[in-house]
Design a protein around this ligand. Structure first.
Ligand code: BT5
Length: 325
């Protein structure tokens, strides 16, 4: 019933809806409406109550739940939402095995064990960010899977530009940076069977509402958030819904082999192209120039002798661009 009440209040946002009208429309008692409104307020909705005579929904609050995502879900993507999980990538893995859906989003209010690459942690034990994973089941050869991470990075940059007006760049292959600091991390994991992709899970973590002092001392100097970049408290539901849309588009681009569009967008958002970068390979540091990416999403570089080389994401670690260490 809560969702039906929200539908009615959203339809007349910022104006008074009489309690009686809600009762009539839903065929329930005044007490039932009042009890449900109380629960919505406890969830964080800003609903003004006029002594049982009516209710007004104010639209400024940042409530993240399945209803808020679905309400803005233009593609009607299948969405799974949990208040607290260990890691959305872990939950997604269990769902991926069962589901027959080709594209699913798993999102959480907070993560108690957010994961980065190579066993690193990702700080997300707070309700201040967008923490989600996309389960994709494409018919595609595994070599092209790295392109999904690239396309996801493009989807994040697009979303942050469209919704928050923030210009970001992709630090190949999985970091999104704003003014030299990390605003988002991406973690793609893949399962293959007999040479074909069984599923790909792409986890995306975007810092939205954190203030500088809310990051741990370990990342305080290298991390940033939408709030720190804009001074505004954007709604997570708005960002996640736009991301879901852009991610679906990104997925289609990769699946349909629309490389030209991917390359065009890569050039637009790349933070590495044309830059001298330090790459670490097998513990050794090499200085090269980043040229771009190839059709498999590998990083293409050129060294002082003019020799070109392409790298997979597992092979190297990129350092030293735009002040990001
Ligand atoms: C990543 O790994 O950046 C991938 C992060 C993916 C997170 C999403 S959230 C939803 C989904 N569920 C998960 O469990 N994970 C995904 P990596 O490139 O290894 O970077 C990790 C490093 O980034 C850490 O060692 C810290 O230095 C830094 N870091 C940790 N938390 C951060 C944060 N919130 N913002 C910026 N930097 C952070």
């Amino acid at each position: 019933m809560k969702n039906k009440i929200l539908d009615i209040l959203y339809a007349s946002m910022e104006s008074n809806v009489s309690g009686q009208a809600i009762c009539r429309e839903l065929g329930v008692s005044r007490t039932a409406v009042w009890k449900n409104v109380k629960m919505l307020v406890a969830q964080g909705y800003d609903i003004e109550s006029f002594g049982g005579k009516g209710y007004t929904l104010h639209g400024k609050t940042d409530v993240l739940n399945k209803y808020e995502i679905d309400r803005r879900n233009k593609f009607h993507v299948s969405v799974i939402y949990k208040e607290v999980v260990d890691s959305t990538n872990m939950l997604a893995r269990n769902i991926a095995i069962e589901t027959i859906e080709e594209f699913t989003m798993v999102a959480a209010g907070k993560q108690t064990r957010g994961r980065g690459r190579l066993g690193r942690d990702f700080e997300s034990d707070n309700k201040k960010g967008v923490w989600c994973s996309f389960i994709m089941k494409p018919r595609m050869v595994p070599e092209k899977a790295l392109l999904i991470t690239i396309a996801a990075a493009i989807a994040v940059c697009k979303t942050l530009l469209e919704i928050c007006g923030i210009k970001t760049g992709i630090k190949w292959p999985n970091d999104i940076i704003a003014n030299g600091k990390k605003i988002c991390g991406i973690l793609s994991e893949m399962s293959c069977e007999t040479g074909a992709i069984e599923y790909i899970i792409t986890g995306i973590g975007i810092n939205v509402l954190q203030k500088k002092e809310e990051f741990s001392p370990e990342i305080e100097k290298t991390a940033t958030s939408v709030f720190m970049e804009t001074g505004r408290e954007y709604r997570r539901s708005e960002i996640i819904s736009a991301l879901c849309y852009n991610m679906q588009e990104a997925y289609k681009m990769v699946k349909n082999g629309n490389y030209e569009t991917i390359m065009k967008n890569w050039k637009k958002y790349s933070a590495t192209d044309g830059k001298t970068i330090r790459i670490i390979k097998n513990g050794k540091t090499i200085i090269v120039q980043a040229v771009g990416i190839d059709e498999k999403g590998r990083l293409v570089t050129i060294n002082n002798n003019g020799e070109k080389e392409s790298y997979n994401s597992g092979e190297i670690s990129v350092r030293g661009i735009m002040g990001y260490i």
